[in-house]
Design a protein around this ligand. Structure first.
Ligand code: AMP
Length: 424
């Protein structure tokens, strides 16, 4: 199957080949012809499947085929849950439309609205937006959705998780009833189905791959450790493996900051990315990570969702997520576009239940290992969990005091670990 056989016009084929894509991904094979026919689509696709090109390419072709008006009203709206995803989707829109007379822009909160308003006033065909800023600007009269022909809801499940349902409904009430709707979601929960019923008109159901196939591509491993050893183990893994690009997940913003600080102290360049960081800081951290200037990006689930980090070799779950689906999203950051990846989870005794839920979702047991010198004092099986057991989902765990973890700094991890191993 080629992009040409999907019916794309030469300008888009040229843009696609400039990106280095040779063959369409499975989701692209399915969505492109159907969207080109003008049908509504309900697609299950995770980040990493090529879904963005799957909806952007046909959307651009449709807009290009019909007559444009000189003042360029907004004709296509792509809604995304996070600022990062909005920025990435817009980058894709720009890349794919570079040989067409189509203008696009992106708007999201956390940055000055004035330049965004100016750009929109200048006329744009495709708007990528997060719901909050979009409604803000609409309320101010800075934009109108009265001429939207195509609506895309990207990562709709995450938008619902983040409480955007009311915002989405308001946005929809501002658009013409006659329009094409494309809804992309990693999961098809009851809520998503309900949302889809209210928005989509006789949609074609598309499933990119069965749920969790990303997980199958990734080499997954768990290490049983004590909570208080996790920082040292993380440093050891990165230093011993000489890993150059590692994405680490924590459950909380605070832990993301703390871990990042400790890695920096150990001589491993790192930045944290989460909801409390300013947009500028998040963009800078991501750019530094993508450009190999920062070895480690420590992220919370929401901040990492939808990040486009191609060919990421290593993911570490410093803490397991309490929502099992988030595990699949996390490890979906590695092994992308056919490349193999490794996802390591550091599991302490209090995370027993999280692990059980994840394994239930995956339908398999994850391999479990112990690192010499960091043997856990409490075993997951057979011992009494601390703090009322692994079921303490909403309680913040207090990690054991770090043993010597900050005494050495500046790239001496290996010798520190050797010392540690001797001690034990
Ligand atoms: P997405 O799922 O849209 O976030 O895309 C994941 C990654 O795959 C991005 O880095 C895209 O640039 C890349 N990609 C999208 N389509 C293709 C394709 N047909 N061939 C190779 N890479 C692709």
């Amino acid at each position: 199957m080629s992009f040409k056989s999907l019916g794309l016009i030469p300008e888009l084929l040229k843009a696609v080949s400039k990106q280095g894509y040779t063959t369409p991904s499975p989701i692209q094979e399915k969505t492109i012809p159907i969207i080109l026919e003008g049908k509504d689509v309900l697609a299950s696709a995770q980040t990493g499947t090529g879904k963005t090109a799957g909806f952007t390419l046909p959307l651009l072709q449709i807009l290009n085929a019909t007559r444009k008006q000189r003042h360029r009203p907004i004709r296509a709206l792509i809604l995304t849950p996070t600022r990062e995803l909005a920025a990435q989707v817009h980058e894709n829109v720009r890349d794919y439309s570079q040989f067409l007379d189509i203008k696009s822009t992106v708007i999201f909160g956390g940055v000055n609205a004035k330049p965004q308003i100016r750009t929109i006033r200048g006329g744009i065909d495709v708007l990528v937006a997060t719901p909050g800023r979009l409604l803000d600007l609409e309320n101010q009269g800075a934009l109108s959705l009265g001429r939207v022909e195509i609506l895309v809801l990207d990562e709709a499940d995450r938008m619902l998780d983040m409480g955007f349902l009311r915002d989405i409904k308001r946005v929809i009430s501002m658009m013409p009833k006659q329009r094409q709707n494309l809804l992309f979601s990693a999961t098809f929960s009851k809520d998503i189905k309900k949302l889809a019923e209210g928005i989509l008109n006789r949609p074609v159901l598309i499933e990119a791959e069965p749920e969790n196939t990303t997980a199958e591509k990734v080499n997954q491993k768990t290490y049983r450790v004590d909570a208080g050893d996790k920082v040292e183990v993380t440093i050891k893994l990165i230093a011993d493996g000489n890993w150059k690009q590692v994405l680490i997940f924590t459950r909380t913003k605070h832990r993301a900051n703390k871990l990042s600080e400790k890695l920096v102290k150990a001589g491993i360049s790192s930045a944290a990315i989460h909801g409390n960081k300013s947009q500028g800081a998040r963009t800078k951290a991501l750019a530094g990570f993508k450009g190999n200037k920062i070895r480690v990006l420590v992220a919370t689930d929401i901040a990492a969702r939808g990040l486009d980090i191609p060919l990421l070799p290593h993911v570490i779950n410093f803490e397991l997520p309490n929502i099992p689906e988030d595990y699949v999203h996390r490890i979906g950051r590695t092994g992308r576009a056919g490349a193999s990846g490794e996802a390591i989870s550091l599991v302490d005794v209090n995370e027993k239940e999280y692990l059980r839920d994840i394994e239930k979702l995956l339908g398999e047991k994850l391999s479990s290992e112990i690192i010499a010198g960091f043997e856990p004092t409490a075993k997951l099986d057979g011992s009494k969990p601390k703090q009322g057991g692994g079921g303490s989902r909403n309680k913040k765990k207090k990690p054991r005091p770090q043993s010597n973890s900050n005494q050495n700094s500046g790239g001496q991890n290996k010798s520190r670990n050797k010392n540690r191993n001797r001690r034990r």
